[in-house]
Design a protein around this ligand. Structure first.
Ligand code: MTE
Length: 330
């Protein structure tokens, strides 16, 4: 589906344009005016963060709480305040702004099932509870870098995606894994917006899926995963821009061809398949050299190659830049 823009006369631009595109457009305009070093405007002012944080009500504890993986006990930065990260979310199914946490509570996660199909020994459907009994849960403190140039550190609870791949028993012809979010425009009003191609999908190679960093998240901050974070189960790929970390997954397909993802379909030039974090390769409309620390009062820090996880993942891409060029970083 083509990317359509709503006529600008109907609403102010900030309301008519997905928020990150709005901010990015501002950055573009600032840059066009010739101001050196223009960056995206602070996406969520410190005072608004504080107000949202104090209104936040945390959910049920994750019991029993899985052990912390010592390899990921410290992300090298302070953990983002739970009230801040839980009230500042990208979940376009509910709206194209960040304050969706109340709206997301309408998502009914009871009886959640995940369908596994494609190039596997035998396609099947598995209930969320059943899946929980078949995987090894652990806690990890992990960095997250959004393509919009903000970042956070969250203590996730979850399991390695490779546990799920093992359950799926893919055939040797399976080269990629495709993920799909639920589709229910009755509870998710964003899915009524015609300028996106719903449901949200994402994809990765089978080698990336086998990497120890590829994590299926079912909890955060010692609690059952809040709906705004993508309950009951979402992916987290910390070395890639955040849009790859698809939420509220209902289907996982093992496929032969590289799948086209939600954002790639909307804006292929800007949001690609690989989307590995690289401070040296700018987004077409803004720099990726630094990032704003969520809850940090506007503080910016340098962005790291692969978001600081090069040791675990750089080998996956050796020699690839010559083949795909800058697409590796977008
Ligand atoms: N998954 C779905 N289904 N819908 C979305 O809009 N947004 C992505 C990603 N996964 C998104 C999604 C983007 S752009 C980011 S940065 C992260 O989720 C944000 O995750 P968070 O809200 O937990 O911080």
């Amino acid at each position: 589906m083509l990317y359509h823009r709503r006529p600008s006369w109907r609403l102010p631009e900030s309301a008519a344009t997905p928020e990150h595109m709005f901010w990015n457009r501002r950055a573009f305009l600032t840059g066009a005016a010739g101001i050196a070093g223009a960056t995206i405007a602070s996406p969520f002012a410190a005072t608004a963060q504080e107000a949202a944080k104090s209104a936040y009500v945390p959910g049920a504890p994750f019991a029993p709480k899985p052990a912390l993986n010592p390899a990921y006990a410290d992300a090298g930065r302070a953990v983002t305040d739970e009230g801040v990260s839980s009230t500042y979310n990208n979940f376009y199914e509910f709206a194209s702004h960040k304050r969706i946490y109340r709206a997301a509570q309408r998502l009914d996660t009871s009886g959640w099932k995940i369908e596994i199909d494609g190039k596997v020994e035998k396609p099947f459907e598995i209930g969320f509870e059943d899946l929980m009994s078949k995987v090894s849960l652990e806690e990890r403190v992990i960095r997250h870098r959004c393509v919009e140039a903000w970042s956070m550190v969250t203590p996730w609870i979850g399991f390695k995606l490779s546990d799920l791949v093992a359950l799926a028993k893919p055939l040797s012809s399976a080269k990629y894994v495709q993920f799909k979010t639920f589709f229910n425009p009755k509870v998710a009003p964003g899915q009524r917006e015609p300028w996106y191609s719903w449901p949200y999908t994402e994809g990765m190679t089978i080698e990336e899926a086998a990497n120890e960093l590829s994590f299926m998240v079912v909890g955060a901050y010692g609690k059952v995963l809040p709906k705004q974070f993508g309950a009951p189960v979402r992916l987290h790929l910390p070395w890639k821009y955040g849009f790859k970390s698809i939420k509220s997954i209902v289907k996982i397909s093992f496929v032969e061809k590289q799948p086209v993802s939600f954002w790639e379909r909307a804006q292929a030039r800007e949001y690609g398949f690989w989307a590995n974090v690289n401070p040296k390769v700018s987004h077409p409309r803004w720099s990726q050299a630094t990032e704003e620390v969520l809850g940090g009062g506007g503080k910016r820090i340098p962005t790291q190659l692969f978001n600081g996880y090069a040791e675990q993942v750089a080998h996956l891409y050796s020699g690839m830049e010559a083949k795909v060029g800058d697409r590796l970083w977008r």
